[in-house]
Design a protein around this ligand. Structure first.
Ligand code: SF4
Ligand code: SF4
Ligand code: SF4
Length: 291
C-alpha cells in the first residue's frame, strides 16, 4: 500500500526494530477503513487504536515496543517491583525512625509512602514509557529522597526531588531563660546567643533542626509546626549540581503539590533532557508560582 510523505515521516520516527510491525498494523487498519493510501490520519488512527490510553489491552506491537524500551533497565532489579512491573522512580529514605535517631523530626517513611502513592496515581511510569522514544535509560528515571531532619542522610540535595523535615524555633518572651546554656551547647550552627537572660537566634545560621527547643528546660525556645524543605534538580554525574530550593517550609499537601508540578514538567517536556536542565529552562521562580 502506498504511503504519502507525512505518513512516511511519522513511520520513520518509530524505532527501526518495530517499523515493520507498525507498518502492517497501520495498513491493516487503513484497509478496514476503505483507504488505498496511507496518510497521516491513518497513522494517527492506528496509534489511537493500538497505543491509546483507553482500557483496551496493549497490542503485541505496543508490548514489543515497551519490551525493547525496557531492555536496558531489565538488567537492574531496582527498576521493577516484585511482580516484574516497571517502576521508574526511586524514593530513598533515611533510617531515622528505624534506628531511633536522636535528630529525627519526622519519620521520612511516611511522606515517602505518600510520594510513591502519588506517583502511582499519576501513572508516572506508564507515561514516561510512552514519552521516551527509544530505550529508557537510568537517567530518565526519577530519583527522589526524603530525610527525617536537616542532616539529610538520604541525600535529597542530589536528587531530582528532595525533601527533608524541618522544625523552626522561636524565642518565647513569656518564658524566662535561666541561662543554663544547653541550647548554645546543642546548636551546631553557633546560631544562639544568650546574654543577660536575653536569647537570640541567628536566622541566617539556623538550619531548623529543632534541637535547641528539645533541650531547653523551661520552654524559652519553642518549636513550631514540623514542615518540609523541598529541593529540586540535584544531580550527580558528569556535571554534578546541588538541588535548588523550591519551598523552604512546606506542609505535606504543598510538598505533594510541588511533586505534581515537577512530574508535569518532566512528562510534558518535548525533550528527554535531565530534570535539572528542564528546571533551568522553565526557571525556578515560575515553578514556584505554579504551586
Ligand atoms: S536524616 Fe536525620 S533523622 Fe534521618 S537518620 Fe539522618 S540524622 Fe537521623
Ligand atoms: S533549630 Fe537547630 S540550628 Fe536552629 S538554632 Fe536551634 S539548634 Fe541551632
Ligand atoms: S536552654 Fe533555654 S533556658 Fe537554657 S539558656 Fe537556652 S534558652 Fe535559656
Amino acid at each position: 500500500m502506498e504511503w504519502d510523505k507525512s505518513a512516511s515521516l511519522l513511520l520513520e520516527k518509530v524505532p527501526p526494530f518495530v517499523q515493520k510491525i507498525v507498518r502492517e498494523k497501520v495498513e491493516t487498519l487503513a484497509r478496514e477503513r476503505g483507504k488505498t493510501l496511507v496518510t497521516e490520519a491513518e497513522v494517527v488512527a492506528a496509534k489511537d487504536r493500538f497505543m491509546g490510553k483507553s482500557n483496551m489491552q496493549a497490542t503485541p506491537a505496543k508490548k514489543l515496543i515497551d519490551n525493547e524500551k525496557l531492555s536496558t533497565l531489565r538488567k537492574y532489579p531496582k527498576y521493577f517491583d516484585k511482580d516484574g512491573n516497571p517502576v521508574f522512580y526511586q524514593v530513598k529514605t533515611c533510617r531515622g525512625a528505624e534506628i531511633n535517631c536522636p535528630f529525627l523530626i519526622t519519620d521520612s517513611g511516611i511522606l515517602a509512602d505518600k510520594i510513591r502513592k502519588r506517583l502511582e496515581e499519576l501513572n508516572f511510569t506508564e507515561k514516561l514509557i510512552d514519552k521516551i522514544e527509544g530505550q529508557i535509560l537510568p537517567h530518565h528515571t526519577m530519583k527522589l529522597a526524603v530525610s527525617g531532619c536537616p542532616n539529610s542522610c538520604s541525600m535529597p540535595q542530589i536528587k531530582d526531588f528532595g525533601v527533608h523535615a524541618v522544625e523552626s524555633v522561636y524565642v518565647d518572651p513569656d518564658c524566662e531563660c535561666i541561662e543554663c546554656m544547653k541550647c548554645v551547647e546543642t546548636c551546631r550552627e553557633d546560631a544562639i546567643t544568650v546574654k543577660n537572660g536575653q536569647v537570640s537566634i541567628d536566622k541566617e545560621k539556623c538550619v531548623h533542626c529543632g534541637l535547641c527547643a528539645k533541650v531547653c528546660p523551661v520552654g524559652s525556645i519553642k518549636a513550631e509546626e514540623k514542615k518540609y524543605r523541598v529541593m529540586i534538580g540535584g544531580k550527580v554525574g558528569r556535571h554534578p549540581k546541588f538541588a535548588l530550593d523550591l519551598l523552604p517550609q512546606a506542609d505535606e499537601s504543598m510538598t505533594l503539590k510541588a511533586l505534581d508540578v515537577c512530574v508535569d514538567i518532566i512528562l510534558s517536556s518535548k525533550t528527554e533532557h535531565r530534570f535539572r536542565t528542564l528546571i533551568e529552562q522553565e526557571e525556578i521562580d515560575k515553578i514556584k508560582k505554579r504551586i
